[in-house]
Design a protein around this ligand. Sequence first.
Ligand code: GAR
Length: 222
Amino acid sequence: MRICSPENPLKLAVLISGNGSNLQAIIDTISDEFPAEICVVLSDQKNAYGLERAKRAEISIEVLSQDEFADKKAYDEALQACLDRYQPGLIVLAGFMRILTAPVISHFENRIINIHPSLLPKYPGLHTHEQALQAKDVLHGATVHVVTSELDKGPIIMQASVPISSSDDLHSLKHKVHALEHKLYPEVIRLYATGRLNFKENSVWLDDEKLSNTGLAFRMYY
Ligand code: GAR
């Protein structure tokens, strides 16, 4: 059983490609009640603004650009070797816009989580806000799930949702979902760091109880 404490924090590797607002939410939420530390922020984009956020918080950064590697396999081998050097307890994909290959996922089995801007299983992949608006959905949201080799299909850990109003457009909806994500992701990581959440047997466990595949599915409304 993994119990972390301020003296023995959960080591997080946070992987980003862009703005890093979820990274910032995690940085801002870590505390004695959330015993974690970010051991590295890794980006596949050298100009990602999230790297500036990491530097400001005095966190180690790594940049691995695809153009330095022959193919996806070579990239993921380098990614794995880089992450292994930091020995993270949990790998947090926070807007990391790459699909990881099966060997790296299996190397870190049950230790990679992702945040996705939709209420999975609805809208895996890209352009989730556009799809929710086009479908005239009444609810939209975000999902944190365990990463498996099936894209956006790993066991759901927790979801948060928000109503779509008739005045919403792409910009406002994106903003609403981002605000949800900034509460949702730190909460999931906090529960993991305090030993309450576990991932095993292709399932999510809370306080030693196996959750249904909709995870905790807790709802947060505006
Ligand atoms: C977030 O909305 C996250 O859900 C999404 O990228 C954004 C990153 O924002 N991730 C995906 O679409 C992954 N499929 P951020 O860089 O400001 O944290």
